[in-house]
Structures are given as structure tokens and as C-alpha cells.
Design a protein around this ligand. Structure first.
Ligand code: GCW
Length: 661
């Protein structure tokens, strides 16, 4: 048995690939034609499944239930045909066969019924998960920055784990949802982690070897200052010939060790990381220097656009963090090499529960753009709260920056709208927790990210439905789980920061309420509440002008409170508490109502979960029950702090006379 199908370590949750999910396939007669490493992976999967469920792997020309046929190409697409009682997967290459295999698993019994044909191809070529994992335990951020699922799967206290069995199991889960790139270390590159590029490269070789059989290529986050800190040069100036030579040599060594290495992820001039600004250069100069080192080997630079002033003076009302990425990057459109992907956070600020789509995404038609999402729940409840993010991502990916007639954000990332393809990237929420994701229901976010990256047209309900069917054997859990999970992001939005204003979280950790926690900080994340009103004026007329970074129609729709969608009102406007929303209620009454309702919805979520006792594994039941207790405590705290804050500021009583402290 190869490592990719080895049994899970004891006590580790099988997530969406439990034994029963393999039964429809594993109980049948299966033939595999083709060769190559990924075909071997599929063969290992099939051999394990038939051994467990009583099917047979045959190699003669007799009739079979499932025929898996692979050519010698390299594409990820495949066709599935069901006729004459045989289901046939045709792939032109190993990746397609692997994805076709998992497609059949996902279809379950339905894959072996009727007569039909499906052509399946990913809608994005690059579907990547970044891991903000540190090799050394960071004194503040720990083993995983913004990790809420235990330690790192890869590293343990300064070294790459000796036993990579769980990494293999993780890689298999990722392959089953179509992920084809992983970033192995934190974008904040600290001392030890920088050395993954040089003397610690053998560790990266080991990790790459575990991901490779699952069709996943690895990337490293690198420090822009590496020529100085690792190479001993006097400068990291991207236009300096010695610096270029250092990157070229270092990169050649990486490829000598890992020929299918995917490339570098770079966070530069951002939150204290070094970058080209330090040398009077811009981000195109910086990105292209690394791109040229990678080019001969077919590698890519994923260059993050998360660049803003994190040492802002809160008294300064002209600086607007929301504007920063567009201000820095849009003017550079056309200057990036073709192996640079500019990686843009989906929203202009920072993975808040609700933000508009970043205007950068529509502003760089001559640049490869990737959209970055956050699966790890930094601002959305630390994987202690049920907060299903797939509807949020779906909304952002299907947003049309130029209006109804033109392409979506997913189209832009895929190269179907304006400009060349970049991809979809997200920060992983997995760790060495027995449930992988801390909260067992947060597995649905990881699953859902992969599926949406593969096909952004899937609805969040469809994706959740797939996940439920694969994860839980009892069909009766489906209804209650949809009730509990489907709208949980909106519930979270209700009891936390209102109407797109964002933050109001406890500084540093970002869990729990602290309405003024960031109000007088240097981070550029303010709500400007006073006795009369709340919100950030980002209009062209009287505010920071951020609305002007959007193309029509949005630059105009966002500019006026009359046409701005309610859920983003306070992101774009500072309005009086008595301002009447499209919903017909005032801003302050909306704040009270949603906070009371949101907290009550958590009470109902807990009651719904209680119905599932005995129908889900006992350990899952216990863990979720415990966490729902914490979610209710936290939602109550959010409700009371936010309502009390606005009641005290505004002096406006709750129209329904509920208790505010
Ligand atoms: O949201 C912020 C996080 C940082 C993170 C940064 C980024 C890795 O608070 O922890 O750093 O975003 O995306 O680079």
C-alpha cells in the first residue's frame, strides 16, 4: 500500500472520505488502464476500496462496472459516460483520472445508474491553499498564524515532522476536492522559515514528495530580503545584478531538488515584511526579479497585493486602508511578467464578515490576478462558531464588477473576462486537531472552498449537500444540518459588526467583541461612531474617494446611500442613527434587531444540533455541542456589548423595549 492510501492515524476523523463513502465504488468490478504516478495513486485507492468493500480490480477484457481509462497527457479534465451498465471515466492524463475517480466517489450510487455523459473540467487552472504555518513556534502567533485547529500538520516545534502520515492523508483530502497547489509556510517569513529556501530545502523535498502523488505542487513563501539575510549580500534591490544572480542560483538549486516546484509566494512591504519600497523600487520591479529566476523552470510568483500603511495615525482622515491595494497596484497594470500572479484579497480591507469586492480585481486587465479568500476563521469565529463561508465566497466570486452584462470575479481569475488567468487561493483552516479543522462543521468550509475553486457555478447549498452526503452516513441528518449550517454566515454577521462596518473585534487575537478596540489604533480600521451616527465616508463627494476606484455601475451605486446595498452601507457611508435603510428600519434599530435575532438564531442552532444525537458519530456530537455552548456565550457577549455601545452613544431606545445594559 502506498503512503497516499495508508490508513489514518488512530483517532483522526476521516472527514469527507469515510469508509462508507467509498462503498458504492469499492463494492464493484473495476478496471484501470494507463500508467504513471497519478494512475498508481488511483490504483492504490481502488485496491484499498475493493479490499474493504468486496469488489474486484480486474485487468482482463471482461465486463466491469467502472472502467477508468487514462491517456498520457497532463490535463485535469475528464469525461464520465454511463451506458450498457458500465461507468467509464476517460481522462487524457493522470490528474484527470484522479479527479474523475473522486467525482465517481462523490456521485456515490448514482454514478452506477442510468445512461448519461458528463464532461467535467475545472473552471480555474490554479486552485491553491496557502498555509500560514511556522516551522518554529512564533512567540505571538504560535505554530500556525491564525490557526484554530491545533498545531501545524507539517511542522512541530522547529522541525518538519518525522512522520508525514497525516500530511499524506491531508493531501488526499485536498486532491479529492481538486486542490492542485499548496503554499507550505507563512507569508510572514520569519528567520527559520526563510531557510526553507536554502539549507532546509531537504525538508521541502520531503513535503513535496507527499503532495506529488495527489497531483499537488508546492510553493514556498520567501522573504524579499533573502539575498541579504541568507545570501550575505549588501542589498536586496531587485534591479541589482548580484541580487538577480542570487535569486537565479538559489532558484536553480530549488528546481534541481524539486523539478515540479510551483513557485514563490511573496508578502512584500506589508505589515513589516521587507519589499522593493526599501530600495526605491515598485512592486512590478520586485515581482519581476523573482519571476525571471523562476521563468526557466516554469515557476510562478504569487505576489500579494495586501500592501497598506499599518502605522497610520487615527487622526488622519485622508488615508484610507481600503484604497491602498488599488493605489499601489492598478498603476502597475501591464508591467508584470507573464509568470507573475498578483494575489488580491477578495475584499479591500481584510477578510471581514462583509466587505465589497476589491476594486483591484477589475482594474488590472493586463495582469494575471488570483483572488485570495480566507478559509481559516480569523474574523469569523475562530472555528469555535459555526460560520459557513461558502455563501460569502460564492457571492464574491459571482460579483460582476462591470455590471450585469459583463464577467464575474471568478471569470476574471480564470482568464475568461478581461486579461489572463490567475486562479483562486485561500488560507487553509486545517491543523493537527483530530477533526482537522477544530470545529467539525468547519470541514465544510475547506471542502466548499475546493469545490467552488473547481466550479464557481455550484450553489452553496449544493456544495454543502455533497459534503453532508459524503461525511455522514445517516440520510436523516441532511435536513437538520442544512437548517443549522446554510445561513450561519448571515447569523454570524447579525450578532457581530453591523452593515459592513467591520472589525469591532478584540485587537490582536480578533475573537470576541471590542467595539472601540481598533478605533484609536494605527491599523486603519475605524468605524467613527459618535453621538449622531456611524460609518466610514468613502464617497468621492465628501469622503476618501474609494468609491471612485470601482468602474460603473458600482462607483455610482456605492456613492449614494440611496443606492448602496444595506449590508455595505457603513462601509461606504457615515450616516445618522435615524437613517432609514431599504429594509424600512433605521440604522440603530437594525443594529438592535439583528443583534437580538442573531443571538436567538444561535439558540435555535443548538436545538437543531441536539436533534442529531445518535445520528452522527459520538465524538463529533460532543465536540459540536461543546462549541455551540461557546458560540452562544460569545454571541450573547457580542449582542450585549454592541447594543449597549450604540444605545449609550445614540441615546435611542430600542423600539421593542428589550433589555439593553
Ligand atoms: O488579516 C491579517 C492577519 C495577519 C496576516 C495578514 C496577511 C499572515 O491578521 O495575521 O498575516 O492578514 O494576510 O498577510
Amino acid at each position: 500500500m502506498n503512503q497516499s492510501t495508508a490508513p489514518l492515524p488512530h483517532g483522526v476523523d476521516p472527514a469527507w472520505l469515510p469508509s462508507f463513502a467509498l462503498r458504492p465504488l469499492g463494492s464493484r468490478r473495476i478496471r484501470i488502464a494507463g500508467s504513471g504516478p497519478l494512475v498508481d495513486t488511483v490504483r492504490g485507492e481502488v485496491a484499498a476500496a475493493v479490499a474493504e468493500h468486496g469488489g474486484v480490480l480486474v485487468d482482463s477484457q471482461e465486463p466491469v462496472d467502472l472502467d477508468l481509462i487514462c491517456g498520457n497527457g497532463g490535463t485535469e479534465a475528464f469525461t464520465v459516460t454511463r451506458e450498457d451498465r458500465t461507468t467509464t471515466v476517460h481522462a487524457n492524463g493522470g490528474p484527470g483520472l484522479l479527479y474523475g475517480f473522486h467525482h465517481v466517489v462523490r456521485r456515490g450510487e448514482a454514478a452506477f445508474d442510468g445512461t448519461w455523459t458528463e464532461r467535467v473540467a475545472p473552471r480555474q487552472a490554479i486552485r491553491m491553499l496557502d498555509h500560514w504555518d511556522n516551522v518554529d513556534v512564533h512567540p505571538v502567533m504560535g505554530q500556525v498564524e491564525r490557526g484554530y485547529a491545533g498545531g501545524s500538520l507539517f511542522y512541530d516545534n522547529g522541525v518538519v515532522r518525522a512522520d508525514l502520515g497525516r500530511v499524506a492523508a491531508y493531501a488526499r483530502l485536498l486532491a479529492s476536492i481538486g486542490i492542485n497547489r499548496v503554499g507550505l509556510n507563512n507569508v510572514n517569513v520569519h528567520r527559520t522559515e526563510a531557510r526553507l529556501l536554502t539549507d532546509l530545502l531537504p525538508d521541502v523535498v520531503r513535503l513535496a514528495a507527499v503532495f506529488r502523488p495527489q497531483g499537488i505542487k508546492v510553493c514556498l513563501s520567501v522573504s524579499f530580503a533573502a539575498p541579504v539575510t541568507l545570501g550575505g549580500l549588501a542589498t536586496a534591490d531587485p534591479l541589482d545584478p548580484e541580487v538577480r544572480d542570487w535569486w537565479a542560483r538559489t532558484t536553480a538549486d530549488v528546481y534541481a531538488a524539486i523539478p515540479d516546484f510551483a513557485g514563490y509566494v511573496v508578502k512584500a512591504d506589508s505589515e513589516g515584511q521587507p519589499g522593493p519600497f526599501g530600495y526605491g523600487r515598485d512592486h512590478a520591479d520586485g515581482a519581476n526579479a523573482l519571476a525571471r529566476a523562476l521563468k526557466p523552470f516554469g515557476g510562478t510568483v504569487f505576489w500579494r497585493a495586501f500592501v497598506y500603511n499599518h502605522r497610520q495615525d487615527w487622526r488622519d482622515r485622508t488615508t484610507d486602508r481600503a484604497r491602498a491595494a488599488h493605489d499601489h497596484f492598478a498603476p502597475l497594470d501591464g508591467r508584470f511578467d507573464d509568470n507573475v500572479v498578483v494575489q488580491v484579497k477578495a475584499g479591500p480591507i481584510d477578510f471581514q464578515t462583509r466587505e465589497p469586492v476589491s476594486p483591484v480585481i477589475a482594474a488590472m486587465p493586463s495582469t494575471r490576478l488570483a483572488v485570495e479568500l480566507q478559509v481559516t476563521q480569523e474574523y469569523t469565529g475562530h472555528q469555535k462558531h459555526v460560520c459557513h463561508l461558502v455563501p460569502l465566497w460564492r457571492e464574491m466570486l459571482s460579483f460582476r464588477p462591470w455590471g450585469e452584462e459583463e464577467g464575474t470575479v471568478a471569470d476574471i481569475a480564470a482568464g475568461r473576462a478581461s486579461g489572463p488567468a490567475g486562479g483562486v487561493v485561500a488560507v487553509s483552516n486545517a491543523g493537527d486537531d483530530p477533526f482537522w479543522t477544530g470545529h467539525p462543521l468547519a470541514q465544510a468550509n475547506l471542502y466548499g472552498f475546493g469545490r467552488l475553486a473547481w466550479d464557481d457555478r455550484l450553489t452553496s447549498a449544493e456544495v454543502l449537500d455533497e459534503w453532508i452526503g459524503l461525511t455522514f452516513a445517516d440520510p436523516d441528518v441532511r435536513g437538520p444540518l442544512h437548517r443549522l449550517v446554510d445561513d450561519s454566515w448571515r447569523t454570524y454577521e447579525k450578532y457581530t459588526a453591523p452593515l459592513g462596518v467591520g472589525f469591532m473585534v478584540r485587537p490582536g487575537g480578533h475573537y470576541g467583541p471590542d467595539v472601540d478596540g481598533y478605533e484609536y489604533s494605527p491599523w486603519g480600521t475605524y468605524h467613527f461612531a459618535d453621538r449622531d451616527g456611524v460609518g466610514v465616508d468613502r464617497t468621492r463627494a465628501t469622503g476618501t474617494g474609494f468609491t471612485g476606484q470601482f468602474p460603473p455601475p458600482w462607483r455610482n451605486l456605492y456613492e449614494s446611500p440611496e443606492t448602496c446595498p444595506d449590508e455595505l452601507l457603513l462601509f461606504f457611508h457615515h450616516v445618522p442613527y435615524g437613517h432609514v435603510l431599504h429594509s424600512g428600519t433605521t440604522v440603530v434599530q437594525h443594529i438592535y434587531d439583528t443583534h437580538f435575532d442573531g443571538r436567538e438564531e444561535v439558540v435555535r442552532m443548538a436545538a437543531t444540533w441536539a436533534e442529531l444525537e445518535g445520528r452522527v458519530p459520538a465524538s463529533t456530537f460532543r465536540r459540536v455541542t461543546e462549541l455551540l455552548g461557546e458560540q452562544l456565550r460569545s454571541a450573547t457577549e457580542w449582542r450585549d456589548q454592541v447594543n449597549t455601545y450604540f444605545h449609550r452613544k445614540s441615546g435611542v431606545p430600542d423600539a421593542r423595549g428589550r433589555r439593553i445594559y
